[in-house]
Design a protein around this ligand. Structure first.
Ligand code: PLP
Length: 453
């Protein structure tokens, strides 16, 4: 299997210099908070697969729900006035869980396709309103919105798009909200003013008539688990409202319990997005699925034919796939039945506190995040916040040392992300933090040995 993988599988986001030498570790088994590799090593999964296995691994009842649906009717079209029961039921459930004005669902295959489909629908919406110039999307540096052509253009992580082309005429990026690296001497409140002013200035420069939407993750994930200053999202939404700019919340990571609520936009950040996008935790990663939750107001336009016989001519073969929707329905049932959001609200602050105890390690410049979405930022110098050289591979070193001790965390450049399954208990937190403590000491020693510290 290792050889077949090495010879034929082009892996996403993989360093081929390492891959050509070492190939990949095969993850073969899973159970609850654990995954196991092909050699029988068991690890606590500290990244929930890829921020997605929210209800934990090996849930037989999700497997059974998928098997039942696949056996009864695995697939049929949802085009041309056809539907299926799991898609209909899931749509109603999402409308119930989402903020009250979001009552309509457009399905896709994951987060990138959800964002891509959303932008096409937003453009279509303004075209239908007779405002064809409202096309530009405002995103942010270091945002991550996926890797279809359009989603990659929305993404603001420069290194992600290196040597790839993007559709630059469609997207403008603002500064990210990075409290740790905000300008020297600025309070958090002043920083918030500064970011909102930047948005207002950008709107004035481009012209509200040319801007369709603003898109933001409630907490920026892959770009570094960046928590915006208090009130930021609400104020950005106010700028949107004042300028007829739609506010799109990309809740691909924050949705389905990661911050202690099914959706974070309203419950945590007091915003009422016109559109919420979700994927990942929607089906807890048991099947590919993305969803765009759309307001009544926008639906009124999308749901009106362009003319006699006109159809909304966009969608995917797998929009509302019955097996994926069955997986999502069961995952949501588990989140509700086991009070998983409540668990995150209870254990999340404990995880935050315990991770902060690691701040004494030489490389740990910042511990940030919220609830089950956390990150360590590693630096060479805590006062200047200067980074270690890329060759030090500090994130990789720490992740490697943690994995050796039974915990998988994710290296993202000089950062380490911890985004566990949402079923961690306080005891799991204690075990994970003890492993991280040892891993950080070992990584510091190896950095010193190699002359980086
Ligand atoms: N949006 C956000 C906030 C994400 O974190 C991701 C993936 O990590 C995506 C979109 C893209 O989702 P997918 O990889 O399912 O296409």
């Amino acid at each position: 299997m290792w050889q077949k993988d090495k010879d034929h599988f082009i892996h996403p986001f993989t360093d081929f210099s390492v891959f050509h030498e070492e190939g990949c570790e095969l993850i073969t088994d899973s159970d609850g908070i654990y995954v196991e590799d092909s050699r029988g090593n068991r690890f606590i999964d500290g990244i929930a697969g890829l921020w997605c296995v929210n209800v934990g691994h090996g849930r037989a009842e999700i497997g059974q729900a998928m098997a039942d649906q696949a056996t009864r009717m695995a697939y049929f079209s949802t085009f041309n006035n056809l539907s299926n029961a799991p898609a209909a039921e899931l749509s109603a459930k999402l409308a119930e869980l989402a903020p009250s004005h979001l009552n309509h669902v457009f399905y896709s295959c994951g987060g990138s396709t959800a964002n891509d489909a959303t932008i096409r629908l937003v453009h279509y919406y303004f075209n239908r309103l007779g405002k064809p110039n409202k096309k530009r999307i405002i995103s942010r540096n270091n945002a991550y919105h996926g890797t279809t052509y359009l989603a990659a253009t929305l993404t603001g992580i420069e290194s992600n798009n290196w040597a790839f082309d993007t559709l630059d005429h469609l997207v403008t990026h603002l500064s990210e909200a990075n409290c740790y690296r905000r300008p020297e001497g600025m309070s958090e409140a002043e920083y918030c003013d500064h970011l909102v002013e930047e948005f207002e200035d950008t709107v004035a420069e481009i012209g509200a008539d040319n801007i369709a939407a603003f898109i933001a993750e409630p907490i920026m994930g892959a770009g570094g688990v960046l928590v915006a200053p208090t009130g930021y999202h609400k104020r950005m939404q106010a700028v949107c409202r004042a300028n007829e700019i739609l506010y799109i919340a990309d809740e691909v990571v924050t949705g389905f319990g990661r911050l202690g609520h099914f959706f974070a936009s309203e419950a945590v950040f007091e915003t009422q997005p016109d559109i919420i996008n979700c994927a990942k935790g929607l089906s807890s990663g048991y099947a590919p699925l993305g969803a765009t939750l759309i307001s009544d107001e926008i639906y009124e336009v999308l749901g009106t034919p362009q003319g006699k016989g006109g159809v909304l001519s966009t969608g995917f073969t797998y929009s509302g796939h019955p097996v994926s929707c069955a997986a999502a329905l069961k995952s949501i049932e588990i989140i509700e039945r086991e009070a998983i959001c409540e668990n995150v609200r209870e254990v999340g602050p404990y995880l935050e506190r315990q991770l902060k105890t690691l701040g004494h390690h030489a490389t740990v410049g910042n511990v940030r995040g919220s609830h089950f979405m956390m990150c360590l930022e590693n630096v060479a110098d805590k006062d200047t916040k200067a980074l270690l050289p890329v060759e030090a591979r500090v994130g990789d070193r720490i992740a490697f040392e943690a994995q050796k001790r039974g915990l998988i965390i994710r290296p993202v450049g000089h950062l380490n992300v911890i985004s566990p399954t949402l079923i961690w208990t306080r005891e799991t937190v204690d075990t994970a933090v003890a492993i991280l403590d040892e891993a950080l000491s070992a990584a510091t020693e190896s950095l010193q040995r190699d002359g980086f510290l």
